[in-house]
Design a protein around this ligand. Structure first.
Ligand SMILES: Nc1ncnc2c1ncn2[C@@H]1O[C@H](COP(=O)(O)OP(=O)(O)OP(=O)(O)O)[C@@H](O)[C@H]1O
Length: 247
């Protein structure tokens, strides 16, 4: 169980502090596939980086009752659109490196996913296309052998078929105890993939619902998101009208 209690994060700069997260309370259990949604700047990346202990924060984050530190950090993995692999190394070298550092490295899964996405094993990552780099980033996070796999907009730059394949493959390969926490703006696309949606707004949890609850209420995830954010579909038309009236 990943438990987040009273999490707050302030970024300090020359112009003062920016409250990026405030009183965030969440529990993610084993085997959950959770989507993390929110507008630009809502605090999604900051939340994931706090969980990974990459950033200092207020409050408490516990993994099965223990703070995240070097003793248990291997139970968490991270796929980020900023990429965390070594660009000069090949996938084969990454596999060697991961095997050496993570006793839980999933060799078979690595080989299967590399083959499925037809990624060359002996080409330096810097020579991969952006989409291939994203695929590899996600593959590494999935193969580290972590129980909690965090993903931050991992498919930015991948084509839609490729993303669809990834969701299907993911659902097919995940073990029951593996948990996914996926930050993305692709709300409609991941609706069938996630079992629960957490919505952030201005650094706070604004919504938390399972897809089963949504089904029971006969609502789509997009309906829920629009409702939570008070989205006004007439906003664009009104703005355009104001602009054209001015002319
Ligand atoms: N290193 C930083 N220094 C100062 N402020 C930051 C820093 N990183 C993020 N912020 C601010 O913290 C807030 C949350 O940012 P964060 O990147 O977590 O949002 P996000 O939900 O991931 O956004 P996006 O969807 O645009 O990626 C924003 O207001 C952002 O400007």
């Amino acid at each position: 169980m990943l438990e987040i209690n009273g999490l707050g994060k302030i970024y300090y700069g020359k112009k003062g502090g920016k409250q990026a997260l405030q009183d965030v309370n969440l529990k993610l259990g084993p085997g959950e596939i959770v989507g993390l949604f929110g507008e630009n700047g809502a605090g999604k990346t900051t939340l994931l980086k706090c969980i990974l202990n990459f950033l200092s924060f207020q409050g408490e984050i516990l993994l099965d009752g223990r703070k995240v530190d070097k003793r248990n950090i291997a139970r968490l993995s991270f796929a980020t659109c900023e990429h965390s692999f070594f660009p000069n190394l090949t996938p084969a070298s990454h596999a060697d490196f991961y095997r050496m550092h993570f006793g839980t490295f999933r060799d078979k899964r690595f080989e299967t996913l590399m083959n499925f996405f037809e990624l060359p094993m002996r080409t330096a990552l810097k020579n991969y296309s952006t989409g291939q780099k994203n695929q590899f980033e996600v593959i590494l996070a999935l193969c580290q052998g972590a129980d909690y796999i965090l993903m931050d907009e991992p498919f930015a730059g991948n084509d839609v078929f490729n993303r669809e394949d990834f969701y299907k493959v993911l659902l097919g390969i995940l073990e029951p105890e593996e948990t996914i926490f996926l930050s993305t703006h692709l709300i409609e696309e991941v609706e069938r993939f996630v079992g629960r949606a957490v919505l952030l707004r201005k650094g706070r949890v604004a919504g938390d619902i399972t897809t089963l609850e949504l089904e029971e209420q006969d609502r789509t995830l997009m309906d829920y998101v629009k409702e939570i954010y008070g989205y006004r579909s007439d906003r664009v038309n009104r703005a355009l009208k104001e602009l054209t009236d001015e002319m």
